[in-house]
Ligand binder design. Structure first.
Ligand SMILES: [Zn+2]
Length: 85
């Protein structure tokens, strides 16, 4: 009975060991901090970033970019509508 469980456990361990030893994982080049992760697991959460923190930094940058456009255009729109006569 224990044999099947032991085999499953061993094959899972072997798969993880293979990823570490033979480079079966993915290579991640973080666009934020330029860190290169070799052999990261295929289901690595923060991909394509090296960590959840860099993912948040990227999200922050993205929000800043998208907020910058409307705030830059609004003053001009106001000038056209309520401009001096
Ligand atoms: Zn990073």
């Amino acid at each position: 009975m224990n044999g099947a469980e032991l085999t499953l456990e061993r094959s899972a361990w072997a798969a993880k060991a293979a990823i570490r030893s033979y480079g079966l994982g993915v290579r991640i080049h973080c666009p934020i901090c330029k860190t290169v992760l070799e052999n990261a697991p295929d289901d690595f959460g923060p991909r394509p970033f090296c960590s959840a923190r860099c993912k948040l930094v990227d999200l922050g940058n993205w929000f800043n970019e998208s907020y910058r456009i409307p705030t830059a255009e609004r003053p001009e729109d106001k000038d056209d509508e309520f401009g001096p006569s």
